[in-house]
Design a protein around this ligand. Structure first.
Ligand code: MG
Length: 387
């Protein structure tokens, strides 16, 4: 039987690649629901091409426009975030790909898990903010969470079939475009420089997070929850070629790695086809094209976000939520030239110090913490203007 897939965030980088993948296996997958935040034009195009049962535009003010574009098509059209949280529960959906950006993905992911859906998780921020709550809920609802993030997919692939405990994991990091650069250089980098990632072609938020190494910090917290690890079991290794996607060390000292060319279509496809591997025409890795694969420790003094993320992971409770909110605000400020590159960790750290921690947060606590942290981070951005 075909797997029926909902794509939350279908107009983004992961969403569009997921549709490409689905389009290559029409006998295996079909699109049931597509959602976007704002991009009415692309969402309408996708709806016409893939004919999902329904589409949702989260920004309700654009609903009329979307309806006009899809007039006459057998596709139901909805608007608003509440429609999103409701429709992901639909009986006709087997897998929900959560590819929204940032905090916005949290509530839809929780709704889908509540309905017992398998989640293909690309929205790492949801796990960073509320990993404890999400993993407990998924367990109680028997909902499978399959990581789409390339590193976590690698670890997931390394432990499939293993009944043995993980001793530790190595999350690989490309190091981003500013690997080895000094603070003087980092002070002056432009948005354009930061958006120019050496190996991966991704959305703006994650590309900036890769340049600041916050992405790796978020991924460490994501890994903690996905694989039930202690912070001390997670090590970051800089691997600029992005071929070894991550590694698992078992208690006998043996290390397994998953390798491949940097292409998100593979982890996306694996999340959809798991536990099967489907035949692909993707380009194959060649050792002679990569005669040296190198590994080094990350520089947490120059890239402080990585350190801050580990601090947030140790602190637990709402601290990762605060860190994430501050980072989202700071990255947006950077993208609009309202903050410098090195202001990003500064804003994150100060916000983490100012917002008090709730030790065992409920969903309401997360929502309140996210709001409060954004206000404080926003104030910190405003104080930058005078400098
Ligand atoms: Mg990743």
């Amino acid at each position: 039987m075909k797997k029926r897939i909902a794509i939350l965030g279908s107009t983004g980088s992961i969403g569009t690649q997921a549709l490409d993948v689905i389009g290559q296996y029409p006998e295996r997958f079909e699109v049931e629901l597509l959602t976007a935040n704002n991009n009415v034009n692309l969402l309408a195009e996708q709806a016409d091409k893939y004919r999902p049962a329904a589409v949702i535009i989260a920004n309700n003010s654009r609903l009329g426009e979307l309806k006009r574009k899809l007039e006459g098509l057998p596709v139901k059209v909805y608007g608003g975030e509440s429609a999103l949280a409701e429709l992901v529960k639909s009986d006709t959906i087997d897998i929900v790909l959560s590819a929204m950006v940032g905090y916005s993905g949290l509530i839809p992911a929780i709704s889908a898990i509540e309905a017992g859906k398998a989640i293909a998780l690309a929205n790492k921020e949801a796990m960073v903010i509320a990993g404890d709550l999400i993993t407990r809920l998924a367990k109680s609802k028997n909902a499978l969470i399959i990581p789409v993030d390339s590193e976590h997919s690698a670890i997931f692939q390394c432990i499939v079939g293993e009944k043995n405990a993980i001793e530790k994991i190595f999350l690989t990091a490309s190091g981003g475009p500013f690997l080895g650069k000094n603070l003087e250089f980092l002070k002056k980098v432009s948005v354009k420089d930061a958006l120019n990632h050496p190996n991966w072609d991704m959305g703006a938020k994650i590309t900036i997070d890769s340049a600041t190494l916050m992405n790796k910090g978020l991924e460490a917290i994501e890994a903690k929850w996905l694989f039930g690890l202690k912070p001390s079991q997670i090590e970051i290794v800089v691997h600029p070629q992005s071929i070894v996607h991550s590694l698992v060390q078992f208690e006998d000292g043996s290390v397994k790695a998953q390798l491949g060319l940097p292409d998100m279509k593979l982890p996306i496809l694996y999340a959809f086809s798991y536990p099967e591997r489907l035949k692909t025409q993707f380009p194959r890795f060649s050792f002679t094209d990569y005669p040296s694969l190198t590994f080094e420790s990350p520089d947490t003094e120059r890239f402080r976000n990585l350190q801050l993320a580990f601090e947030a992971m140790f602190a637990g409770g709402t601290v990762p939520c605060t860190m994430n909110a501050a980072n989202e605000v700071a990255v947006e400020a950077f993208l609009y030239n309202r903050a410098g590159f090195l202001d990003i960790p500064e804003i994150v750290e100060k916000t983490m110090h100012r917002v008090s921690r709730v030790r065992h947060p409920s969903l309401d606590d997360f929502q309140q913490c996210d709001r409060e942290s954004r206000v404080i981070a926003g104030e910190l951005v405003n104080t930058l203007k005078g400098r």
